[in-house]
Ligand binder design. Sequence first.
Ligand code: ATP
Ligand code: MG
Length: 560
Amino acid sequence: MAEEPRKSLNFIEEIIEKDNRTGKWGGMVYTRFPPEPNGYLHIGHAKSICLNFGLAAQYGGKCNLRFDDTNPVKEEEEYVNSIIEDVKWLGFTWDALCFGSDYFDQMYEWALELIKNGHAYVDDQTAEQIREGRGTLTRPGTNSPFRDRLAEENLNLFERMKNGEFPDGSKVLRAKIDMASPNLNLRDPVMYRILHASHHRSGNKWCVYPMYDWAHGNEDSIEGITHSICTLEFENHRSLYDWFLDKLGVHHPQQIEFARLELTYTVMSKRRLLELVKEGGVRGWDDPRMPTLSGMRRRGYTPEAIRAFCKEIGAAKFNSTIDIAKLENSIRTDLNKRAERRMAVLNPLRVVITNYPENEDELLEAINNPEDESAGTRKVPFSRELFIEREDFMEDPPKKFFRLAPGREVRLRYAYFITCEEVIKDDTGKVIELRCTYDPATRGGDSPDGRKVKGTLHWVSAKHAVNAEVRQYDHLFMKENPSDVEEGQDYKSNLNPESLVIIENAKLEPGLKAAQRGERFQFERMGYFCVDLDSSDTRLVFNRTVTLRDTWAKIHKKGG
Ligand code: ATP
Ligand code: MG
């Protein structure tokens, strides 16, 4: 029997399969996705979600959604709710929904244990003194004068820190490791600081809060995680992660680092995204130009397209920036199979068919999706007055322009051949109407005498058309790398002023009147569009999800 062709494994799968062979975790795979609830999730998080939940599913394991909510200052309920919604929307179900803050008691107990065993001490130095004492890459640190406090005294002070006897910043608990370590993270890192702040879940119960490196390994251990997957910046935190868990002698997961996702024409840190939201660079976290999952959802992205994208880019150990065109292609590929076609004229030019009977109309059959026969057909009304796309007409066309021009014949999709007989202009010379004739024998779009036309245009019957606002989006930033700036400027100077272009009165085929929020369509020849959340019974609003082809590359890369 022929062997199954085996797809090559990524480096994390290799680690897991080796662990399974050696029985390291008894064949168990337990991962977690651990966001800090201090912002909305973005496409980079989707990569981590797909990896963590994907690996668990692939190996019959489990995956938790865990809020790493140990910093009371920047975290909010709103973010928790949005993260839950986004993970569900992406199509994943967690085994347990956890909050790091639920483990504060356990973490405190474990801190006491480290103190008792001489592995942690209370330091009275100021933040500035601690920073100074830490040294640099070329200069070893110096021991704190409080480093040799006895366990007894440390226990007493730490308890009083917890009880609220000291003001913010007056004391910290530090791990006692090695002030001369070449790895700065091991130079007696801070484990707890005093913060008289209210926490979104534990309220005012605590006024000491654990630092990330201390808390994170504790959380992984408590939940029985086997493979703790994080991004590359944490590579040189791994020895600290290991040190804490070794000293505690508790369940000790393996930390594995992978490259974070970066995309061209995009910023992806929550800090920057929050800044854009606050300073009005965008309309909100779910602005369709944002790389947030809520923004992408609103723009018309499907979870399937995002998952396919994450699968395609895979997981690696070196950082690289992915071309945003790859992401756009993933939604094109998905919607091409699924989105029904409709006709919509975004920038209308009136056409009068002079030989078509007045006060008459007819219904023509149009195909809903040539990629999916089961999508069937629909009827589209045709009448004497129509709209076509303004850019589909040129009075004085260059050689390669195959659309409508004076004296030229083209096909109206699903309808008839028409010929442009006369061009009507206003006082300023702007073309405002075309007078055309049609050939009744070409009904359905083919000529019985085998006559050929080169152009096929979409159109909408003027009296049947419904109006809509159409929001056309482009890259949020003008530069591939938004951080590439002139001196004294920041990434915001690269914001693209044309990232949103609003068309007030597009003309749509009448069936679209019933379109529901979130519904997606291909507007023939124009791109993929979806109904925006702002849409109402009285005013239709569409977002352009993506154009049919990658036009940006053509326009912007040439000569640049
Ligand atoms: P940001 O820098 O955007 O604030 P973060 O790493 O601070 O991101 P967390 O909420 O801590 O955000 O992230 C939760 C998980 O998502 C972490 O495991 C983190 O490694 C992962 N993650 C965050 N950003 C990316 C990214 N761009 N690519 C891949 N994974 C990411
Ligand atoms: Mg973080």
